[in-house]
Design a protein around this ligand. Structure first.
Ligand code: ATP
Ligand code: MG
Length: 143
């Protein structure tokens, strides 16, 4: 059986550091902090990705003025890869890229966690110094 550390490296082999931005309360500035931290790290010369994993109210698309971005999916060696939006030197993926803001979406637990797992493992993140994650306080992410 693989040790926990070895398993982690298998999931995101090219990602050196993961930073989760979360809180026990809504509306306190998680998304603001995550987006600004990502762009600040990119400006320092690091390669950075940001995954907005908030399934209840993803606000990253609006914050980076990318409400109309719909990620392309490419097939590489039999695996589907989801192409993040590159903007301000950061690779962005958000649940909001897949949902029309005007539509009501009813997420069941397994559906949301399966979808998030897909964004993490099938996102074409490449080599990253930092992957930032932001999610809703009532959400937990398990890989
Ligand atoms: N440090 C701050 N000072 C004042 N206002 C702020 C600060 N950080 C964020 N805000 C404002 O507070 C509001 C909520 O911020 P943000 O969307 O980043 O919070 P959040 O924790 O991600 O919210 P949610 O739980 O809804 O995802 C926004 O209007 C934002 O402009
Ligand atoms: Mg938020």
């Amino acid at each position: 059986m693989l040790k926990h550390e070895e398993k982690e490296r298998e999931v995101l082999p090219g990602v050196r550091n993961i930073i989760a931005v979360s809180s026990g309360k809504g509306g306190v500035g998680k998304t603001t902090i995550a987006v600004n931290l990502a762009i600040a790290l990119a400006r320092k010369g690091f390669s950075v990705g940001l995954l907005d994993a908030d399934v209840y109210g993803p606000s990253v698309p609006r914050m980076i003025d990318a409400g109309n971005y719909h990620p392309e999916v490419i097939s590489e060696k039999g695996t589907d890869l989801i192409i993040p939006l590159s903007k301000y030197g950061v690779k962005f993926l958000s649940t909001g890229f897949f949902v029309n803001p005007a539509d009501a979406v009813v997420w069941r637990g397994p559906m949301a966690s399966g979808f998030l797992k897909q964004l993490i493992t099938q996102g074409d993140w490449g080599e990253l110094d930092y992957l930032l994650l932001t999610c809703h306080p009532e959400q937990a992410i398990f890989i």
